[in-house]
Design a protein around this ligand. Structure first.
Ligand SMILES: NC(=O)c1ccc[n+]([C@@H]2O[C@H](COP(=O)([O-])OP(=O)(O)OC[C@H]3O[C@@H](n4cnc5c(N)ncnc54)[C@H](O)[C@@H]3O)[C@@H](O)[C@H]2O)c1
Length: 438
């Protein structure tokens, strides 16, 4: 892609590692609206822990600039958008950050620039939602094979315009093995020529290689179904867990037995949180409904997964009653509040459903998580995290819920022979050391 200068818009879990990867070969400006985020990155620290301090400093040494000032991205010619795509309280897509980022880019966009979206969206978002904003704010035309105004243009009638691409991100926060350059990347572009250019651009840093999709909409759809597929697979084993609970059969034992067949898929029951697996399917169902199709499998999977926290709390309460504990006022310790193990991300953690349900039963719930930021947890969920835990848990608690499989919890001395109830959501302990698991 010749002499390109890249702006990465949104420096979170996705944007920062991507900006770092590109900084090894290109001039990169990292842009984020959050002043505190810019400040900490300038000081060489990434609180998401996706990059080590050494890597942040390496990016700075490579010439990478962190800014929240639009002027500093106006001489870039490739804009990569990695802002959040959450859902609102009605579980419909909230495209506000994506629209705002598009507005910002529109203010600095020039002819021949390329805007590549990486945020997870429903098929059509780039061209139906973002492109009109880019066109309106910049006054430039979108150049696309699909756009009647610009397709088949002859050299003499060439309109000045910009191009778009979509390349979904597949990183897995906390996973130090499958990092951004080691995951094959799907790419796409608004014309065949620009698609090839975008593909080559990514291939220059993504060592795992690229897959050029035939259109932006195909690339958008591919990402959203990856996560919907995972959600549905987990919903299936969660449903099995609900059935086997009633039958008095241990689900993990069944899965271990069934898993000996070569084509049985190895999914485990659990809470489905985070802002990808539990959120992205709603992007797809939103679009499906817009075109007159009411999705059944995807939404029923979502319902099952969203109710697992309540099921866990009910199990814990029943187990406490069986062991002779009084539920009202019982002391329960929940271990872990992040949405997944060995990662500080607390967004859309479904552990909160377990906590709230236990509180509704009248239990006093303590929460300990060595990975989560106490201030963020306080702000997001109103919970004061314990600073430390006494290893002799059974003297202090009626029940312990192992909610997140952080490495630190694997060595805890828990014993179900005590009066204390131990419930293992993630199946991380031996069956005979716990009273119940999903
Ligand atoms: N985290 C993941 O595991 C993951 C994996 C694959 C894809 N994704 C997708 O990638 C996108 C980004 O996710 P994330 O986890 O990096 O989010 P994040 O919340 O960690 O980071 C987003 C960053 O964008 C900034 N931002 C918000 N609005 C902005 C704007 N208008 N202009 C500039 N900056 C803005 C925020 O301040 C924040 O620093 C989402 O669409 C998500 O679904 C995330």
């Amino acid at each position: 892609m010749g002499n390109k200068k890249i702006a990465v818009i949104g420096l979170g879990y996705v944007g920062l590692p991507l900006a770092h990867a590109f900084s090894t070969k290109y001039d990169v400006v990292g842009f984020d609206i959050a002043q505190w985020r810019i400040d900490e990155l300038r000081q060489g620290h990434d609180r998401t822990l996706e990059l080590s301090d050494a890597q942040v400093k390496e990016a700075i040494a490579n010439g990478m600039v962190f800014t929240n000032w639009l002027d500093e991205i106006k001489d870039c010619n490739v804009y990569i958008v990695t802002v959040p795509t959450p859902i609102d309280e009605h579980k419909t897509p909230d495209l506000t950050p994506l629209k705002k980022a598009s507005e910002s880019i529109g203010k600095v966009l020039k002819a021949d620039d390329i805007v590549i979206y990486e945020s997870t969206v429903y098929p059509g978002t780039t061209e139906e939602v973002c492109v009109p904003i880019l066109e309106k704010v910049s006054g430039l035309k979108y150049i696309s094979s699909e756009n009647p105004a610009t397709k088949n243009q002859k050299p003499k009638t060439r309109v000045e315009g910009f191009y778009c691409g979509y390349s979904p991100e597949r990183i897995n926060p906390g996973d130090k093995e499958h990092t951004v350059t080691k995951i094959l990347k799907v790419t796409s572009g608004s014309t065949p020529e620009i698609a090839k250019e975008i593909d080559a651009f990514y291939a220059s840093v993504i060592t795992a290689g690229t897959h050029l999709a035939p259109s932006i909409r195909v690339a958008e759809a591919a990402k959203v179904i990856e996560n919907a597929q995972r959600d549905i697979n987990i919903a299936f084993v969660n449903e099995l867990a609900l059935i086997f609970d009633k039958l008095g059969i241990d689900t993990h034992d069944v899965l271990a037995a069934a898993g000996t067949k070569w084509n049985f898929l190895p999914f485990k029951p659990g809470l489905v949180g985070g802002h990808c697996i539990g959120v992205d399917p709603y992007y797809l169902t939103y679009k499906a409904k817009e075109v007159g199709y009411h999705p059944e499998v995807i939404l029923s999977g979502r319902r099952i997964n969203d109710n697992m926290g309540i099921h866990v709390a009910n199990k814990v309460v029943k187990l406490m009653i069986h062991k002779g504990h009084k539920v009202k006022g019982a002391k329960v310790l929940v271990l872990g509040i992040t949405f997944k193990e060995n990662c500080p991300d607390i967004r859309n953690s479904r552990v909160i459903d377990v906590i709230r349900e236990l509180q509704d039963f009248g239990c006093e719930v303590d929460v300990y998580d060595p990975w989560a930021d106490p201030e963020e947890v306080k702000h997001e969920y109103g919970i004061e995290l314990l600073k430390t835990i006494d290893q002799r848990l059974s003297t202090n608690y009626d029940a312990v819920v192992l909610a997140v499989a952080h490495n630190e919890f694997k060595t805890l001395d828990l014993n179900s022979d005590d009066d204390m109830v131990v419930f293992d959501i993630k199946g991380m302990m031996d069956k005979d050391r716990v009273d119940g698991r999903l």
